[in-house]
Design a protein around this ligand. Sequence first.
Ligand code: UGY
Ligand code: MN
Length: 242
Amino acid sequence: MAAQYALITPDTHVWATPPGWRGATAAVHISPQLGARFTQSTVVLEAGGASGTAAAGVQRTVYVLEGELKLKVEGKSHNLRVGDFAYLPADRPHDLTAAGASRVALFEKPYEAAVGVAAPDFMVGRAADVAGEPFMGDEDARLQVLLPTDERFDTAVNVFTYQPGAALPQVEIHVMEHGLLMLDGAGVYRLGDDWHPVQAGDIIWMASYCPQWFVAIGKQPARYLYYKDVNRDPLAIAVESE
Ligand code: UGY
Ligand code: MN
């Protein structure tokens, strides 16, 4: 059976200049080479470092982990600081330049158009401005949904915050896959039949149908940023890619 998950700890990262970028190195943690349908990378930029172009048809979501960057899209400049994010539709020219030493999480995915549905537009936002909703009624497990949830989007990027002792209310098994970065705190992730201690800096790929459950441990809240594919018919995608 193909791998159901990968747990990638920071001591294993290997860095290289991503094609087209300047003054930047990236570790590509999750990719089709692993069995995923998207990529998740960490990109470290020196002051003045700048992005290259995404591959044709590929959309990007950027989340700032450290530093400050300037994002230029259609002649307009946007300042991005820690906790800010940007969604860049496929084939939309943009220039992301670091104002000082910076680190970003980057999610990339080929955009899957849906019949009769317009493609999403560019957007920037600030995680701190997004309300954390109790997850399935649990006030101690709060979900911030960063991107709009309507059908234009085939991508979700969320922040999940758990008070110590809070947990996912069920073992989840679902068609969507995840790419996850632990931002703060620690906990135990159940992945398939395995149980792993995880902490800030760890990254997890969960394939479609990977059984998953999390409990936060320690004295501070645990927080993770994660990607998931949404709003598309799995059969439409399977037929297209044959
Ligand atoms: O959105 C989700 O599927 C989320 N509840 N999964 C997770 O946190 N592992
Ligand atoms: Mn899930």
